[in-house]
Design a protein around this ligand. Structure first.
Ligand code: ADP
Ligand code: ZN
Ligand code: ZN
Length: 733
């Protein structure tokens, strides 16, 4: 008999052995249904031991229930990648493997390799005189159709021909059923490239030539192009050779909204099958795309973070747009960084990877510095797009009209008069971030999180943005019973309302999580904006990323002061990226763009350097500062997050953990511990949250230390009932 070893999607890093009966054939990398405890589970086979003789009296093993796959779900490079990820992120292999496949496969759906069946004429069918069927006119019609090309059952039905008619032809030996296989080179022909190409500028040419020259093996490129420098055109032109060679491209973008924009652009240029993969697809659609990619039937797959795990039959290139975006970091479960995994995957597949951004992550710039990636620059805006004019408005002591300064309101009017569009950025949805009693100073607070409720006027609710807890807006103060509750602070709903009063004849489009929750709503907004009529967009982070709105000429950041004073050392980097990306939405076509930043701190050093030296000036200075104080990317972080309903349990576990880790690293001078400290958001959903941060210049050292201690950690009595999470290379502290 054979024994197979299986990993299961459970938080235990070990394999389980099962007996596999002779008559079924297990495959490494294939799924298997096995009994586990009282239930049945789907696992992945990781090794086989055939023709083994075991003493069934001594070793009691359960038997496999069902083998679900005839071939592995993973090619060797994906297999290596996922094994590596499991190791690197200290996440059980079973969870990593199962996480990487579509939900329907996780649940055990069988993949059928249904060949397409077609009716085709036999030689007799082609040679027979059509008149011989004169007394069977419908058979005659069917014969005529089949003389043009073989037809599937569906086709035949579409021509209103019954199955019995075809059957009759079959009995007469005039037609037969054949299996039709998609030709492998199904998009390889001379007309895959369509649409007009712009005349490239020098920077674009250099970048495209450099990448093309080495596009048949691994190479990691950072395409550092300022906003509106034509990065997408570079992607398009480097794809040409890949597609002509009949290979596939995987393109990652940070947000769903951008997949829609991207697919339109790629469809205009290429006459090849293109698929989207994102969270709005249902499970069936998702599996279909996954299968098409695995079988090599689509040429381009565009998707968000998890699309990274899409199997490709003939991988040719990986492109990561807006590579700096924090959306590439998964913040729950397997906390992976998709950009890093994509680079590893490209290396495994021996294909090029291109990471594009106007504001590269400092990690990425550091990798360029170390010689791991090569940088290509696009320093100029394309066509007639000019560098935007930037202005800081000091709002200290000014009376604001619903968050808008007088200067800004005048500017908005001027841009609208010129028939242009205006984009206002405010990263705070809802009407206002707090509701206060003017009489007794009571504040509406979520007791699950000890955080202010956000007032949502449209849904008439108080909503906690941390735990999504909701309640209706009270009429009177629950504390003093007076009817004197007032909203404090400004959110997007309030700005929208204010704008409607100020500009009654102008279309106002509010784009945030609340207005785009329904399928297609974001797409509708984008279509609406692209009509090009004067309008005002008010939105959160969502509208800042990568969108190309040619008619927006004025962009304003209404209130970003909070970001200037965060205790997370990455806050400055994130602010710089946000500022540059948001301002980059202005003046993308032929019109002069303007950016207006409202702040109470016009002299803040971060603003100064950004405005005077630009993002790369900021990046250089910040990397230097981080080097001096030994912060990533010069060192490495590992973060333990612990949470519990009891305010003390989590911190106690982390204290014990710190002792353990300190003991293991007594002789090391470079290790540095911070914490346990309450997390930036100390309570969420009734759970108290604590962090322990470990820093070391060597990844390997940290890796070993964690490997050594993890098994012990889970056996600590303190670990019981505490939710403990390990975040390798955390991006949020
Ligand atoms: P980025 O991604 O760098 O912000 P895009 O790739 O969106 O910029 O380019 C902005 C616009 O410029 C797009 O409409 C694109 O078609 C156009 N474009 C790109 N390259 C050129 C070029 N060489 N000449 C003229 N227009 C170009
Ligand atoms: Zn009150
Ligand atoms: Zn809450």
């Amino acid at each position: 008999m054979s024994i197979i070893q299986v990993v299961l999607p459970i938080p235990l890093n070990r394999v389980f052995s099962y007996i596999c009966p002779k008559d079924i054939k297990p495959i490494i990398g294939g799924r298997v249904k096995v009994p586990f405890g009282h239930r049945k589970m789907i696992g992945i086979i990781v090794s086989l031991h055939e023709n083994i003789i075991i003493d069934s009296k001594k070793i009691k093993l359960k038997t496999v229930e069902e083998i679900l796959d005839k071939e592995s779900l993973f090619n060797s490079s994906l297999w290596n990648l996922l094994n590596w990820a499991s190791n690197y992120y200290h996440s059980p292999l079973g969870e990593v493997l199962i996480h990487s496949i579509p939900t329907l496969l996780r649940k055990g759906k069988i993949i059928y390799n249904n060949p397409k069946l077609l009716w085709q004429l036999t030689e007799k069918g082609y040679s027979i005189k059509i008149e011989t069927l004169n007394n069977a006119p419908i058979q005659q019609k069917a014969l005529k159709l089949l003389r043009q090309k073989p037809l599937s059952f569906n086709h035949i039905r579409n021509y209103n021909i019954k199955y019995s008619v075809i059957k009759a032809l079959h009995v007469k030996g005039l037609c037969k059923l054949i299996e039709y296989k998609l030709p492998i080179n199904n998009w390889y022909n001379n007309c895959i490239i369509k649409g007009e190409k712009p005349i490239l500028n020098v920077d674009q040419k250099i970048a495209i030539n450099a990448i093309r020259k080495e596009d048949q093996h691994y190479a990691a490129w950072l395409l550092a192009g300022i906003t509106s420098s034509g990065k997408t055109e570079v992607y398009l032109q480097i794809l040409e050779n890949i597609l002509i060679r009949n290979q596939q491209a995987l393109i990652l973008v940070p947000e769903i909204g951008l997949t829609i924009q991207a697919i339109n652009i790629f469809r205009k240029r290429f006459n090849v099958p293109i698929d989207l993969l994102h969270s709005e697809l249902n499970n069936t659609e998702r599996l279909a795309v996954w299968l098409r990619a695995k079988r090599g039937e689509n040429a381009i797959v565009i998707g968000t973070r998890s699309a990274l795990f899409t199997p490709l039959a003939r991988p040719g290139i990986i492109i990561i747009d807006e590579e700096h975006d924090n959306a590439y970091k998964q913040q729950e479960g397997l906390r992976y960084q998709a950009r890093d995994l994509a680079v590893y995957r490209a290396y495994q597949e021996n294909i090029p990877i291109v990471m594009g951004s106007a504001t590269p992550a400092l990690e990425t710039l550091h990798n360029v510095f170390k010689g791991k990636y090569r940088q290509l620059n696009l320093n100029n805006r394309v066509g007639n797009a000019r560098i935007v004019l930037e202005q800081v408005v000091d709002i200290k002591g000014l009376t604001l009209n619903g968050g808008l300064s007088h200067v800004l309101i005048k500017k908005i009017q001027a841009h609208l008069n010129a028939k242009n569009q205006v984009l206002l950025f405010l990263n705070r949805r809802g009407f206002s971030p707090s509701l206060l009693c003017h009489n007794c100073s009571w504040i509406a607070e979520c007791s699950n999180c000890d955080r202010h409720y956000t007032l949502h006027q449209y849904s008439r609710q108080l909503i906690c943005h941390y735990c999504h807890n909701k309640r209706i807006i009270p009429n009177v103060c629950p504390n003093c019973t007076l009817k004197d509750l007032i909203p404090i602070g400004v959110g997007t709903e309030q700005i929208e309302e204010k704008l409607k009063q100020l500009f009654p004849n102008i279309k106002i489009l509010r784009i945030d999580y609340d207005t785009t929750r329904n399928k297609n709503s974001l797409k509708n907004y984008i279509d609406n904006i692209n009509l090009g009529e004067p309008c005002i967009l008010i939105g959160t982070q969502m509208i800042t990323k990568g969108h190309h709105f040619p008619d927006v000429t004025l962009v304003s950041l209404l209130n970003v002061d909070g970001a200037l004073f965060s205790s997370d050392f990455r806050a400055t980097e994130r602010f710089a990226q946000l500022y540059v990306q948001v301002s980059g939405r202005a003046g993308r076509a032929n019109k002069q763009g303007e950016v207006l930043l409202q702040t109470h701190y016009p002299d803040h050093p971060l603003l100064k350097i950004l405005l005077n030296k630009g993002y790369f000036g900021f990046a250089e200075k910040t990397l230097l500062e981080r080097k001096l104080v030994l912060l990533p990317p010069w060192t490495n972080h590992v973060l333990f997050r612990a949470e519990n309903f009891d305010s003390q349990k989590a911190v106690k576990l982390l204290q014990k953990l710190r002792c353990l880790l300190e003991n293991y690293s007594l002789n090391d001078k470079f290790i540095w511990f911070m914490g346990p400290l309450p997390s930036l958001q100390p309570k969420k959903n009734r759970r108290w949250r604590w962090n322990l941060l470990i820093q070391h210049p060597s990844r390997k050292y940290l890796q070993k230390l964690i490997n050594k201690s993890l098994p012990l950690i889970y056996t600590m009595p303190e670990a019981r009932k505490v939710k403990l999470n390990l975040d390798i290379d955390p991006t949020e502290l």
